[in-house]
Design a protein around this ligand. Sequence first.
Ligand SMILES: Cc1cc2nc3c(=O)[nH]c(=O)nc-3n(C[C@H](O)[C@H](O)[C@H](O)COP(=O)(O)OP(=O)(O)OC[C@H]3O[C@@H](n4cnc5c(N)ncnc54)[C@H](O)[C@@H]3O)c2cc1C
Length: 412
Amino acid sequence: MQRRSLLLAAGASLALPTVSAFAAAPKARVVIVGAGMAGTTLAKFLRLWDRGIAVTLIDRNPQYISNIMSSLVLTGQRSLAQLTYRYDALRQRGVTVVTDDVAAVDPVTARVTLASGTVLQADRVVLAPGMAFDSPAGAYDDQRMPHAWQAGPQTTLLAQQLAAMPAGGTVVLTIPPAPYRCPPGPYERACLLADWLRVNKPGARLLVLDANPDFVTEKDNFSAAFFGLHAGVIEYRTSVVIESVDAPSMTLFTNGGEVRADVINLIPGQRAGRIVSDTGLATANGGRFAPVDVLSYASTAAPLVHVIGDSSATTQPKAGHIANQEAKVCADALVRSFNGLALDPAPVTNSACFSTITQSQASWLTAVFQYDAASRSMVSVANASGASNGWSAGHFQDMNTWFNALMADSFA
Ligand SMILES: Cc1cc2nc3c(=O)[nH]c(=O)nc-3n(C[C@H](O)[C@H](O)[C@H](O)COP(=O)(O)OP(=O)(O)OC[C@H]3O[C@@H](n4cnc5c(N)ncnc54)[C@H](O)[C@@H]3O)c2cc1C
């Protein structure tokens, strides 16, 4: 934990000395699309590091519901209200927060068109719209087969379906092909649900259908949990392709045959937020995510547009903590470029992740990434990355501390 705290602080050390406030016209206008983990952090740190920059932050929702910790809503341990964050503190920092849908971005002129018809002219546009879901083939209905992978009504729906399921029922959780948002997330949700089912739905079974050939991350802890602690509840199948679905009959058609269940938590494949694809910037990972220069997060195709968070294609995991770190590197790069300074040639980012193994115990995983000039990518620093040896109640407490620190760093 000490190491993690230091590393979380390390992201903040990218800060340049604060540049004094502007009297009249701003020295630059930055328009940020998406006020989630990446967008809020960027807005905050731009204003902290150079108050001469005018920052407009746009989100379709007036407040943000955290995905992080949202699996605990399924077990009744957290409420969505507890996971809701407002933008008041950012407004107090001088950020112009706009509630609207961004309909179009012109990557050449840096003009942003809102659904209301307003057009904003920026010097730089930063896209931070999170991710979008694929639509599974067949008679798919996300009300019958909720993903609950974007916290909000979907989370409530899945919680209700689990609560209504009879004892002895079958739950299916599907894991999409990597890369997807939060690599350990589906496995930690499976562990949490297995623990909850054992107590609340005796005799219930949880079938985990993983599109990937093996655990995507933290294999030691998750395999010990799946095949040891939760062996009586979890059945784990790998390399499962969901070919099509039939929501009315609650059936999945897979490369390994048909699967029926009482509750199906279908987490579809993922891609960059739609505005990134519509702008023509999602050209990596088979047209799914946006390639960027990780020294500044500028799109490799459109230099006036930057892409941060889940939508960008980098070697780092798609995680809230990494979104926060990418935002700081991007803020630092923008402040430097608006002030005629060279970019930081060697940025470092880090990510901590806690995984719930039971309703009261967690494991953890951490990774540090450093810029590698030869490959022009962020590479994992082996001796600064690692995972806990098992899980404990103490790590569960540390998870709450880490979460509160991260959310305050992004939203307060
Ligand atoms: C169950 C679950 C558990 C997780 N646990 C962890 C964890 O423990 N640790 C961790 O680090 N990460 C975790 N994550 C991942 C984390 O939530 C994401 O990686 C993170 O939210 C990505 O940040 P982002 O800013 O890219 O996207 P988001 O936080 O999703 O923000 C995107 C914002 O853009 C807005 N938006 C999109 N398009 C438009 C548009 N056209 N106009 C206006 N607004 C728009 C959306 O409304 C949204 O507010 C978890 C995710 C899930 C689903």
